[in-house]
Design a protein around this ligand. Structure first.
Ligand code: FAD
Length: 429
């Protein structure tokens, strides 16, 4: 029996509800669907499939929520990194509209799942602030707000004064407030999805890395160290932790580590000076942006910085510690209690990708750092397709597995090329 890779230390690991039992797969079994990866994408797919009566086995290399799903900032945000007009332009009129509409409701889906399955994950619907550090980013905020308002979403543009009052910092010239959003304990949510999937009849196996995936006469055979699942359909849901299981898939994304640090719980008086309304926030900067929020225990969680290295060196967190007193001078003496990192997956078009490269093989990945709500919805769409919905009924386009050119380059060089490609596309040349 192989030992699962332990969950790294983090605020979320220290404060989440205990995990449901997910023992490794031992022996060979059949299923209608095998799901590889136990983050939001795979667990949501597993839950919807089990609820629809399918026999489903979720195989997770470590434990549910071990990847980005148990390490993120917990911001529930239904929007993608590409704005709604950009999505319509990219995917074309009808499909573009369907994608925007489906994902615009993905925060509702998360709150609905949490309520329906009584998931204990400190979920709050307190809104999201996209903060503008300068007039250029404020212009972008105003344009984005106009796009959402045109689609009937009650987002609001805030001036500098209201932003300062809501954030407790003078560092921003304004913001966009999106009331659909909120925050949660991310690992608690992942564990809750796993528990709900188990209760609906799914098998969820931790410590069960899929080692190979082969087409055999009676279905797709997914081998793990101590067993195998043979299934009509296989779903790959491995995002930033994607390995070599499917040829070329890893080369369609750039995995990036991003970092977070959490203070000790702030005293009541300090707490009231920072995000008193509990909004979750992201700075609107192309490079070097931060995202932050206050958790249910009253700690400030500061996130940012991206590296391509695996190293978990303390220096990597310095930038997070340094930015806090600049934004909130009252936290100059803040004591840092936790620090941790996780991998997200970037794509060249800022959008996740949905693939069906062979009959009975489905995959979705590349959330570009926005996955709590979008990955939950994508899991549902994967389940719908696995249950037989025609591709054309799925409100997201299927695309070929297309490795990024020059993926073998040193990752930072590749990242710069990716930014140039994105910029050229945005400028239309
Ligand atoms: C630090 C950080 C902060 C973030 N903040 C936010 C935020 O505030 N809001 C937001 O919306 N998004 C945020 N994101 C993005 C979000 O967390 C991800 O988009 C989302 O969790 C992706 O879910 P997933 O299930 O696709 O992948 P993951 O949660 O990464 O799960 C993939 C799983 O696949 C497993 N796996 C890999 N290979 C195999 C194999 N061969 N066999 C079995 N299992 C395998 C891994 O162990 C892993 O558990 C953040 C991400 C990071 C890293």
């Amino acid at each position: 029996m192989t030992e699962p890779v332990p969950l790294p230390e983090s605020l979320w690991a220290a404060t989440a509800t205990p995990p449901p039992p997910t023992p490794p797969l031992v022996g060979e079994r059949r299923a209608d669907v095998a799901v590889i990866g136990g983050g939001y994408t795979g667990l949501s797919a597993g839950l919807y499939l089990a609820e629809a009566g399918a026999e489903v086995a979720v195989l997770e290399a470590a434990e549910p929520g071990w990847g980005a799903s148990g390490r993120n900032n917990g911001q529930i945000n239904p929007s993608h990194r590409l704005d709604p007009d950009g999505i319509e332009a990219r995917f074309g009129g009808e499909m573009g509209r369907r994608v925007v509409e489906a994902f615009a409701g993905s925060a509702d889906l998360v709150f609905e799942l949490i309520e329906r399955h009584a998931i204990a994950c400190d979920a709050v619907r307190t809104g999201w602030l996209q903060l503008a550090p300068d007039s250029r980013s404020m212009k972008a905020n105003v344009a984005l707000a106009e796009q959402w308002q045109r689609r009937g979403v009650a987002v609001r543009v805030l001036d500098g004064e209201e932003t300062a009052r809501r954030v407790g910092s003078e560092a921003y010239v304004g913001a966009m407030l999106d009331p659909r959003c909120g925050g949660l304990q991310p690992l608690g949510y992942a564990r809750g999805l796993a528990g709900a999937a188990l209760a609906a009849g799914a098998a969820v196996h931790g410590g069960s890395p899929a080692l190979s995936l082969k087409r055999e006469a009676d279905g797709w055979r997914v081998a793990t160290p101590d067993g195998a699942v043979v299934a009509e359909t296989v779903i790959l849901a491995t995002n930033g932790y994607t390995d070599q299981l499917w040829p070329g898939l890893r080369r369609t994304i750039i995995p990036v580590n991003t970092f977070q640090a959490a203070t000790e719980p702030l005293g009541e008086n300090l707490r009231r000076t920072i995000l008193p309304g509990g909004e979750v926030v992201t700075e609107n900067r192309a490079v070097g942006f931060h995202y932050y929020r206050i958790d249910a225990g009253g700690r400030l969680i500061m996130g940012g910085r991206a590296t391509f290295t695996e190293a978990d060196r303390p220096q990597l967190y310095r930038v997070l510690h340094e930015v806090v007193p600049k934004l909130f001078p009252q936290l100059a003496d803040a004591r840092w209690q936790y620090r941790w990192a996780g991998k997200l997956a970037l794509t060249s078009d800022y959008m996740p990708h949905l693939h069906e490269p062979a009959s009975g093989v489905l995959m979705a990945l590349g959330y570009n750092g926005r996955g709590v709500a979008p990955a939950t919805l994508m899991g549902k769409l994967l389940a719908d397709r696995a249950l037989g919905a025609p591709q054309g009924d799925i409100p997201f386009p299927f695309s070929p597995v297309r490795p990024l050119p020059l993926h073998g380059l040193h990752p930072p060089v590749l990242y710069i090329l990716l930014q140039i490609k994105r910029l050229r596309e945005a400028l239309g040349f």
